[in-house]
Design a protein around this ligand. Sequence first.
Ligand code: FES
Length: 104
Amino acid sequence: MEGYITEHPILQFKRGRRVKFYFEDKELEGYEGLPIAAALHAAGIRILRYSEKYNRPRGFFCAVGKCSSCLMEVDGRANVMVCMEPLKEGMRVRRQKGKGRLDG
Ligand code: FES
């Protein structure tokens, strides 16, 4: 549970089982059902995508699906908000550059 919030005064975190997923083809583990971004953060990954115009790194920002800072490619789908998308076993997650690719 290293890297995860385990106690909070008003929120509860329901964790599923530990599952394997892939970030840039590297095998990682996380808790099923928690946001993909939480698993990436726990693994020390802070850059989630690169901005379209200046190719600047973007990371976890609002964490509630409002800012688009965390858009990534997940299982070939571009523009997935990983702060809101639950982690599932075997997911393939990639950093997105700009608007992302439609073909994955
Ligand atoms: S971090 Fe803001 S939408 Fe995901």
